[in-house]
Write a protein that binds this ligand. Structure first.
Ligand code: UDP
Length: 254
C-alpha cells in the first residue's frame, strides 16, 4: 500500500492526501467519542459499516441532485472524496425531540416536533460546539447569507429524502447532523455535502419497537452498538461483502 500524507486526524475519521489534486482519502476508524470527548470507546467494525452506509446514502442523495463530496469507495475503510473548504458549522435537523434538544427545552424524548427544526452549532472542541444563530454565522463571517440559504435548503432536502428512505426499512429518522464545504471551480463556488452520513451522526429508531439503532447505544451504554449499525446496513441491503467476518477490524487497518 502506498504511503499517504495524513492531513487531519479526527475522532472517528482520518483524512489523507488523495491520489490527485483536489481529492482526499477519508479513513473510517472504529473509535467513538461522546459528550465532547469525555467518553471514548472502540466499536469493532463500526468504521467498515459507516464507510459503507455513508457511501450508500451519499450516492442515493447524489442521484436526486444533492451535490456531495463523495467520489467512490476505495476499500472497506476508505473512500475518495473531493477536497472542500469545510464551513465550521454543524447543521442539525430534528424531526422528533431527543438528546440535547429534549434536555434544553424540557421536551419528552420521542415527542414529534410540529415541523422539522434546523439548528446550527459552531464547530469547536474547545468551546464544546456551542449552539449559534444565523446572526453569529454571518456576523463572524463563517458563512454568507447565501451560503446559509443553500445549506438550509440542502439540509431540508436531505431530511426529506432520508426520512422516506429510512421509513421504507422500518426506521424513524429522529435527527441528524450534516457538514458542508465550499467547492471552487475557477471563480465559481458551490456548497456541497461533506463529512459523513452514518449512525454516528443521526438518530434512528425502529418504527415498531422504538429501539435505538445509532450512536446513542454507545452514549447510553445500551450495548450491541456494532450490531445495531450492522442491522441498519442489513436493512439498507448493503452489508459489506463477506458479512460479519469483515468486521474484525485490525487486520484491515493498514
Ligand atoms: N451530532 C453529531 N455530532 C455532534 C453533535 C450532534 O453528529 O457533535 C448529531 C447527533 O448524533 C444527533 C444530532 O446531531 O443525531 C443532534 O444531536 P444533539 O444535539 O441532540 O446531541 P447530543 O447532545 O445528544 O450529543
Amino acid at each position: 500500500m502506498t504511503r499517504r500524507r495524513r492531513l487531519y486526524d479526527g475522532k472517528a475519521k482520518t483524512l489523507f492526501e488523495g491520489p490527485e489534486p483536489g481529492t482526499l482519502v477519508q479513513y473510517f476508524k472504529d473509535d467513538a467519542t461522546a459528550f465532547n470527548n469525555q467518553k471514548h470507546g472502540v466499536i469493532t467494525g463500526k468504521g467498515v459499516l459507516n464507510n459503507r452506509i455513508s457511501e450508500y446514502l451519499m450516492e442515493r442523495l447524489g442521484e436526486v441532485g444533492v451535490p456531495t463530496h463523495f467520489i467512490r469507495r476505495l476499500n472497506m475503510r476508505e473512500q475518495l472524496v473531493r477536497e472542500v473548504e469545510i464551513i465550521p458549522i454543524e447543521v442539525v435537523v430534528r424531526n422528533v425531540a431527543a438528546g440535547g434538544f429534549a434536555k434544553r427545552f424540557g421536551t419528552k424524548e420521542g415527542t414529534q416536533l410540529p415541523r422539522s427544526i434546523v439548528e446550527y452549532y459552531y464547530k469547536s472542541d474547545e468551546l464544546g460546539d456551542p449552539m449559534i444563530t444565523e446572526e453569529h454565522i454571518t456576523a463572524f463571517g463563517w458563512a454568507s447569507p447565501q451560503d446559509l440559504d443553500d445549506m438550509v435548503a440542502l439540509a431540508l432536502r436531505i431530511n426529506d429524502f432520508m426520512s422516506g428512505l429510512f421509513l421504507g426499512i422500518g426506521l424513524k429518522l429522529v435527527d441528524f447532523k450534516v457538514e458542508f464545504g465550499r467547492l471552487w471551480n475557477q471563480d465559481e463556488m458551490r456548497i456541497i455535502l461533506a463529512d459523513e452520513l452514518s449512525p454516528d451522526n443521526m438518530r434512528l429508531w425502529d418504527i415498531e419497537t422504538n429501539e435505538k439503532m445509532d450512536k446513542d447505544r454507545f452514549r447510553q451504554d445500551l450495548g450491541n452498538v456494532a450490531e445495531a449499525y450492522q442491522e441498519v446496513a442489513r436493512r439498507l441491503g448493503i452489508l459489506p461483502e463477506g458479512g460479519p467476518v469483515d468486521f474484525k477490524g485490525p487486520k484491515v487497518l493498514q
